[in-house]
Design a protein around this ligand. Structure first.
Ligand code: DX5
Ligand code: ZN
Length: 222
């Protein structure tokens, strides 16, 4: 499978969100990554349902909703209703992760689990078969434009190994500090989805930035 690109609208121009979403529509991107932050799980606050509804109206690609919120169970239905295709909750925010994931699936969405940089992949051993995708955070969640954490490569390898028999189709998504310099190596290591905020929206040519992430291949893969 070719890897997928999910531009994160956290770094878009909110005054021109429709314009930026149309750029994504015309690009080689596969999903639109939507970061929801509650000011509690992470210190930042982003946006809620009315904004996501507006995003859904203009986006032609599936919405990949990343919930950086405590007690996400309270809102799963609402996120499905405003158009989320994928809903990812944080491992660190869920007491009953198995139930949460199955609620997401019952709502007709793909169910994801995100791991903070300090959370070991091994903690997913007894739940990995129930997960559609794992977001390995390659920065501490909360803000765009941070520096990529190198230990991510090790986590990708460990997760691929962990899922080898029970969930070979597991999608591994990398979120934070992804750019042209690390995209090829991430894919080569086993990532299937690359989220990119700053490296797309701060680029002078966002379409080209997406294209280059989509076609990143390491030399011996070409
Ligand atoms: C960070 C968010 C990311 C963020 C990535 O908390 O989950 O999705 O938008 O942004 P960049 O690509 O700028 O690191
Ligand atoms: Zn995110």
């Amino acid at each position: 499978m070719d890897h997928l690109i999910a531009p994160s609208i956290l770094s878009a121009d909110f005054g021109n969100l429709q314009r930026d979403l149309e750029m994504v529509n015309h690009s080689e991107a596969d999903w639109v990554h939507v970061d929801v932050m509650d000011g509690v799980f992470v210190s930042n606050i982003t946006f809620g349902f009315p904004v996501i509804k507006a995003v859904q109206k203009h986006a032609l690609k599936p919405l990949d909703v990343h919930l950086m919120i405590v007690d996400p169970d309270r809102y799963l239905k609402d996120f499905a209703q405003v158009g989320a295709a994928n809903i990812t909750v944080h491992y660190e925010a869920c007491t009953h992760l198995h139930r949460t994931l199955h609620t997401i699936k019952d709502l007709g969405c793909k169910a994801g689990v995100a791991l903070n940089p300090h959370t070991p992949v091994a903690l997913l051993e007894d739940i990995v078969a129930d997960i559609d995708m794992v977001i390995i955070m390659s920065v501490n969640p909360g803000f765009g434009g941070q520096k990529f954490i190198h230990n991510t490569y090790k986590k990708i390898k460990e997760l691929r190994q962990l899922a080898e028999y029970t969930n070979p189709n597991l999608l591994i998504e990398i979120d934070g500090g992804v750019d042209e310099s690390n995209a090829a190596k991430l894919v080569e290591t086993g990532a299937n989805v690359l989220v990119a905020g700053n490296s797309v929206f701060s680029s002078a040519d966002p379409l080209a930035a997406i294209q280059s992430l989509k076609h990143s291949r390491s030399l011996h893969q070409a």
